[in-house]
Design a protein around this ligand. Structure first.
Ligand SMILES: CC(C)(COP(=O)(O)OP(=O)(O)OC[C@H]1O[C@@H](n2cnc3c(N)ncnc32)[C@H](O)[C@@H]1OP(=O)(O)O)[C@@H](O)C(=O)NCCC(=O)NCCS
Length: 206
């Protein structure tokens, strides 16, 4: 029997906001507000917010295990990372991406980034763009792994410490690039056995 997928990539929902905000606060100096998330999920026509969810088994504990009542492990769903994408006139803008600190280094940031690039291709964008702090080499490595190029610097872009941002971009406007990306994405799907609802089951408002 083949192993059951434990990871699901899907559109962010209003119920995810508390878990997403908890990661946001751990990951960034300037976290988004609850209102911003609600707007991006439920009101913006341009926004395609994503989460990566892990199903994990929690063993029965305490009196339930002692008395053998409902002693089976139960499944818990945990949002391990999230991302944000705006699609405006042919330009897909990655507005945010983060993985819970306890879940980093397992390829899950890569799934989120690749999932958003694939969504951008599906939306017919010509280019994916993002900004990244010049000090954030970890994220830059991830973007470079996916062939994003540094095309400029936005001076004093971050208002908490006036740090500069690199402007990084990936062209997705020709068939060869899109086919190569698709082959790579299929490799990721078989490596991590995740279910990609983000690209296959799109809510009606998107
Ligand atoms: C950036 C971030 C999303 C990466 O997620 P992650 O799950 O840890 O990364 P992955 O395990 O998927 O790694 C993918 C690639 O990222 C790069 N990377 C990840 N961790 C790294 C590290 N500690 N040092 C250097 N490069 C690293 C590598 O290129 C890696 O590919 P490799 O494993 O083939 O070398 C995560 O570190 C994070 O949430 N950081 C805080 C928020 C943030 O900075 N967001 C970006 C804002 S622009």
């Amino acid at each position: 029997m083949s192993p059951k997928p434990k990871l699901t990539l899907r559109y962010m929902q209003l119920e995810d906001i508390p878990q997403v905000m908890a990661i946001d606060r751990l990951a960034f100096d300037l976290p988004w507000s609850q209102r911003s998330y609600a707007y991006e999920i439920a009101e913006s026509d341009h926004s395609h917010m994503v989460v990566l969810e892990l199903k994990r088994e929690i063993p029965a504990t305490g009196w339930r295990r002692w008395f053998g009542i409902n002693g089976k492990p139960h499944l818990e769903k945990w949002v391990v990372g999230y991302g944000g994408l705006w699609n405006i006139v042919g330009e897909a803008h990655i507005s945010t991406i983060a993985v819970h600190p306890k879940a980093r280094g397992r390829g899950w940031g890569e799934i989120l980034l690749a999932g958003m690039v694939r969504r951008s291709i599906g939306l017919g964008a010509e280019e994916v763009v993002l900004e990244v702090r010049v000090s954030n080499t970890r994220a830059q490595n991830l973007y470079r792994k996916y062939d994003f190029q540094r095309v400029g610097i936005k001076a004093q872009y971050y208002r908490n410490n006036n740090e500069d941002a690199y402007d990084m971009r990936l062209r997705i406007d020709n068939q060869t690039i899109c086919e190569q990306f698709e082959a790579r994405y299929n490799g990721l799907l078989s490596q991590y056995l995740f279910v990609d609802l983000y690209n296959t089951f799109v809510p009606p408002s998107h």
